[in-house]
Design a protein around this ligand. Structure first.
Ligand code: UD1
Ligand code: BG6
Length: 680
């Protein structure tokens, strides 16, 4: 789980300072993908010398290190140049300079590679390359890729069969197992760059002042000859058009390659998403996409898309942290999830992404939800509403245990995969498993163009906007709504459910305002964080019915950003064990709403207070129960039971945020965690 970024200018004069700044800013946008170390490479005196900078820690530390290099001529200009950069989250080897990317083929930096993903056969490759005399410098899987490139390059050259950069990268990729987005740079192919992807995201932004005549590139299909390493690749160019139509004069152009659109948007809105097994070659201002292998099912056209995100969406605004910003964005993000999909006058829901599969979904015999972390909690939160509205059998499966259990999945099952990033490896593996068994796979993702979004048969984008903070907040409420909308749409053929559906759609209408009211409790919550949880080392959250999920999610937030042990417990389970933990020292949060579980939660309240517990109660504004007159309360607006969890989670998000900052932790980058977990 890493972020990769590259910048190539052709016939656009740029000084080194500009190039370095571009690479560093690009990396900082991708820091949420990993931030334990960073590195970059640029041209040195000439394009036969490549300079590498690496530093442990965040991108800022790398910037400082580069600024300290007084020998570096920042004013040196380049008419054409290719530079690439990487921000890392350790999977192979501890965070250290030697494990940071770019990785190199040899001490003279002939081939350099940045990589996101995991090469599963790197040990075998390493053993072979060591036999050929290569000396490895790092513990990473990536280094084998750089060294393999040199090995193939040298041996083909020696055999009198020099390879083009593209053919070389293809030969390398064919030897790799696992997942990757890779970018290669080499002194042997100055100002060129080759990128390849399989399983890890990679997109290319195009910036030019000239008007592009076409908004797509045709893929050059590969006609495979011998597929042994080193044998020459024959490939047939189908019809590769330049962006400028028939105009063949070289045009000034810049390319930006990145794992994520958030690093590209400030340069250009024109992007092209690479597909698995695409190999992109950029040289002399031209971009050509080749295929690693022949695949009749794969379209031979890659469209240049226009990003609709705005840069402001990915900046912190006036907030100290992305987490605070994202919590406060929720009155708006929930509306974005519903925009164009809910008709509040007709009480109807229309999800464009599900339209073609509605009948199939309704005919299925069971719905299986699968996700990890917060996304899983959004499934827990909406499970009973799904069952109630659709009358279908529902099952919930953590993606991380799906394959362990080898669960039976059938052709008439519908599997719903929920993932903010759309790249979570565990969820992808569960998706692959269900797809192989013929189930209809539905995605609920926040990232358009993500692997889950593309690999599912259909789905719903939650449209919450980029979520940078590792701890998920606005994605949770938007996932909750998206899943609720699916249940509402699936049940719109049932007359019996009309009243219930109407009640929920009315609740959706007032959701944004109710979230604003919950956010207005921030000062009370901050006070509770500073006064009542100052020295907490453990915390219990209790709730029932719909609020069980709220407690699980609230506890996860506290664990993630405050490093406090927190446990969300369905209150009915209290008497089956957790009650033993309760005394006057155990901090407790009790979620108690005016719904059909109220008296059950009242019982839990009594059980807890009878044992000296002094819970903080999250309750409705209109609850005048004398039970908690002497207790701290956080009062939230009341809404329909099935949506109350969206309101209730707000104070818990705020509490975890303020607790974290009170302890001096950076909630955007919790220790040991990363936003997008792309390894299983
Ligand atoms: C789509 C457009 C939206 C436009 C609207 C106008 C996109 C991404 N969305 O939104 O910009 O305003 O039409 O009607 O262009 N999908 C999956 N798996 C997933 C998520 C989505 O396969 O995990 C598929 C859907 O089935 C659909 C497509 O991706 O075919 C777009 O999904 P979504 O954005 O949810 O569709 P709309 O809301 O119709
Ligand atoms: C990781 C994150 O574990 O993945 C969690 O740290 C997140 O915050 C989980 O909930 C699932 O991610 P996604 O992108 O699939 O929703």
């Amino acid at each position: 789980m890493c972020g990769i970024f590259a910048y190539i200018n052709f016939l656009v004069e740029r000084d080194r300072k500009y190039i370095l700044n571009n690479l560093l800013v690009g990396l900082s946008r991708l820091e949420y993908r990993g931030y334990d170390s960073a590195g970059l490479c640029i041209d040195g005196k000439n394009d036969q010398e490549i300079l590498i900078y690496k530093q442990v820690g965040k991108v800022l530390a790398l910037r400082q290190k580069i600024e300290e290099d007084k020998d570096l001529d920042l004013n040196k200009t380049f008419l054409s140049h290719s530079g690439m950069a990487h921000t890392r989250w350790a999977t192979h080897g501890v965070p250290s300079e030697r494990n940071s990317h770019p990785h190199r083929s040899d001490p003279s930096n002939e081939f350099l590679v940045v990589h996101n993903g995991i090469i599963t056969n790197y040990k075998e490759l390493r053993a072979i390359l060591e036999k050929y005399g290569f000396v490895f410098e790092s513990d990473t899987d990536t280094e084998a890729v750089a060294k393999l490139a040199k090995y193939i390059y040298d041996s083909q050259k020696k055999a009198g069969n020099p390879l083009s950069f593209t053919a070389l990268v293809k030969a390398v990729c064919k030897e790799l197992d696992g997942a990757f987005a890779l970018i290669f740079k080499s002194v042997h192919y100055p100002d060129e760059m080759v990128a390849a992807r399989r399983g890890s995201p990679l997109l290319i932004g195009v910036r030019t002042d000239k008007k592009m005549k076409v908004d797509f590139v045709d893929v050059e299909e590969v006609v495979l000859g011998e597929d042994q390493v080193g044998n020459q690749q024959n490939y047939r160019r189908v019809q590769s058009r330049s962006f400028f139509g028939e105009d063949t004069t070289p045009q000034p152009i810049e390319y930006i390659l990145a794992s994520d659109a958030s690093a590209i948007i400030e340069h250009t809105k024109k992007v092209l998403y690479l597909e698995d097994d695409d190999v992109a070659h950029i040289s002399a201002g031209d971009l050509h996409i080749h295929r690693l292998r022949r695949d009749d099912n794969m379209s031979s056209i890659r469209t240049i898309q226009t990003l609709v995100q705005e840069l402001a969406q990915i900046q912190k605004g006036n907030y100290a942290h992305f987490m605070a910003k994202e919590i406060h964005e929720q009155p708006e993000s929930v509306i974005n999830t519903m925009r164009g999909r809910v008709d509040f006058n007709k009480f109807s829901v229309n999800l464009g992404g599900l339209r073609s599969q509605l009948t199939n979904i309704r005919r299925s015999r069971r719905i299986i939800f699968s996700a990890c972390g917060t996304s899983f909690h959004s499934c827990v939160a909406t499970k009973s509403l799904f069952a109630e509205l659709t009358d279908m059998a529902i099952s919930l499966e953590l993606s991380s245990t799906f394959l362990d259990e080898r669960l039976p999945v059938y052709r008439d099952d519908v599997c719903i995969f929920v993932s903010q990033s759309g790249e979570t490896k565990d969820t992808l593996l569960a998706l692959q498993y269900c797809k192989e068994r013929g189930a209809l796979c539905v995605g609920v993702t926040n990232t358009v163009g993500s692997t889950i979004s593309r690999e599912t048969h259909c789905g719903v984008h939650i449209n919450a906007g980029p979520e940078i903070s590792v701890a998920s907040t606005k994605a949770y409420t938007s996932q909750y709504i998206a899943l609720t909308l699916i249940a509402l749409q699936l049940s719109d053929d049932s007359h019996q459910k009309t009243a219930r559906r109407k009640e929920i759609i009315e609740g959706l209408y007032s959701l944004s305002n109710n979230i604003k009211k919950a956010l207005a409790q921030e000062e009370t919550i901050k006070k509770i964080a500073t006064q009542q949880f100052k020295s907490a080392t453990s915390l219990i959250l209790l709730g029932r019915g719909y609020q069980g999920a709220t407690c699980l999610e609230g506890a996860l937030k506290i664990k993630e950003v405050c490093y406090i042990h927190a446990e969300g417990i369905f209150a009915g389970e209290l008497k089956h064990g957790p009650l033993a933990l309760i005394d006057n020292t155990m901090p407790i949060i009790l979620v108690m709403n005016k719904d059909r579980h109220y008296s059950d939660v009242e019982n839990a309240f009594k059980q807890v207070t009878a044992r000296g517990g002094n819970p903080i109660v999250i309750c409705n504004e209109d609850d005048d129960s004398s039970l908690f007159h002497n207790m701290s309360t956080i009062r939230v607006p009341r809404t329909v039971d099935a949506l109350q969890g969206i309101i209730n989670i707000i104070p818990l998000q705020l509490l975890s945020y303020h607790l974290a900052t009170q302890y001096g932790y950076n909630p955007d980058s919790p220790r040991n965690l990363a936003k997008s977990v792309t390894t299983a």
